[in-house]
Design a protein around this ligand. Structure first.
Ligand code: PHE
Length: 342
């Protein structure tokens, strides 16, 4: 029995020293020290020994067990530290290596103007409202008092999506007015920037897709004076405090009275030059007092409330602001153009 124990000791210590990983070490622990392990198997036979032999063998077995445990522990620690060392070596970072530069983009000129306009109006207590780009003709035309036969309703002007002409790509942001008013009673103060679509040939100043920002204010006692004051704030914030504006009578079906707003040409100060095409003025937006029919159609009593609305083309603002000569530059995504705005 003694030789049996000795050979277990030798064999186990050799195996432990050779164990390649913690898993193998665990298996050895079970094999030698486990309930069904080789050491237990020997100890089960202690009963067959004489009274003198029993304590000796028992003691030897205990020493061997302690020896195996110590060897397991030692090998375990050695494996752990080898593992750690390897990890440290493999995952070593050279903090002196120069990093890979991350190219920082720039906001698109249109986005700059968009953000600027929204900021100006938020400063005046407006909220931003959104509307769908695929719009019902009911909202883009009928409820804006745009009658059958109006040119914007022609196939040649509008991208219809259905045969019956009931759904199309909106040709202005004005339907958002209707969407807001039918949901909300006054006071209303919103702006709504977004994409609009018209069947225009693309050239230096036209595109079948462009951007507008709609504005709408409805409350008790709103007058044309509020419209002028608000738009003057916008244009002076955009173009400088000395900007001269002109409100010129015009016609829109959904406002009455309606106007177009011009700014005096800052190149020639009204003399007439190449920039303003000899006019002395540059048209920037359309506006007017919300038509009583439009208010009533949204469940707002025109006897109690009045309002103004405006629509401004964002490409035009951006082109003026950054002296961009050709609208197409804004949609061609040439990085050489875009980089100039960083
Ligand atoms: N929707 C008009 C256009 O696209 C602009 C406008 C908006 C005019 C609101 C008056 C009031 O030309």
């Amino acid at each position: 029995m003694k030789t049996k124990l000795e050979s277990i000791r030798e064999e186990s210590l050799r195996a432990i020293r050779a164990a390649a990983d913690p898993g193998a070490l665990d298996a050895l622990r079970v094999q030698y020290l486990g309930k069904k392990g080789s050491l237990s198997a020997v100890l089960k036979q202690l009963g067959s020994l004489s009274a003198e032999e029993r304590p000796q063998i028992g003691e030897l077995a205990n020493r061997i067990r302690a020896g195996i445990e110590a060897a397991l522990k030692e090998r375990g620690e050695a494996l752990q530290s080898a593992l750690l060392e390897r990890k440290l070596r493999e995952e070593a970072l050279d903090v002196t290596i120069p990093g890979t530069p991350v190219a920082l983009g720039a906001r698109h000129p249109l986005q700059i103007v968009w953000d600027e306009c929204v900021d100006i109006f938020i400063g005046m207590g407006f909220q931003v409202a959104e509307g769908p780009e695929i719009e019902l003709s009911e909202y883009d035309f009928d409820r804006l008092n745009i009658p059958e036969g109006h040119t914007v309703r022609e196939w040649t002007d509008t991208f219809y999506l259905t045969e019956d002409e009931k759904v199309h790509l909106r040709c202005q942001t004005s339907p958002v007015q209707v969407r807001v008013m039918e949901k909300q009673q006054p006071p209303i103060r919103i702006v709504s920037p977004g994409r609009v679509f018209r069947k225009d040939e693309i050239d230096a100043t036209h595109s079948p897709m462009f951007h507008q920002m709609e504005g709408l204010v409805v409350d008790k006692g709103i007058t044309m004076g509020d419209l002028k004051g608000t738009l003057n704030v916008l244009l002076r914030r955009l173009y400088g405090p000395d900007t001269v504006t002109r409100f010129r009578p015009h016609h829109f079906p959904f406002t009455e009275p309606s106007c177009e707003v011009d700014v005096q040409c800052f190149e020639c100060h009204g003399e007439g030059c190449r920039v303003c095409k000899g006019e002395g003025w540059i048209e920037v937006l359309g506006a007017g007092m919300v038509h009583p029919k439009v208010l009533a159609g949204c469940g707002i009593d025109p006897e109690e409330y009045s309002g103004f609305a405006f629509g401004v083309g964002l490409e035009r603002l951006a082109m003026r602001r950054f002296s961009i000569s050709d609208l197409r530059l804004m949609f061609e995504n040439d990085v050489r153009f875009l980089r100039q705005f960083s």
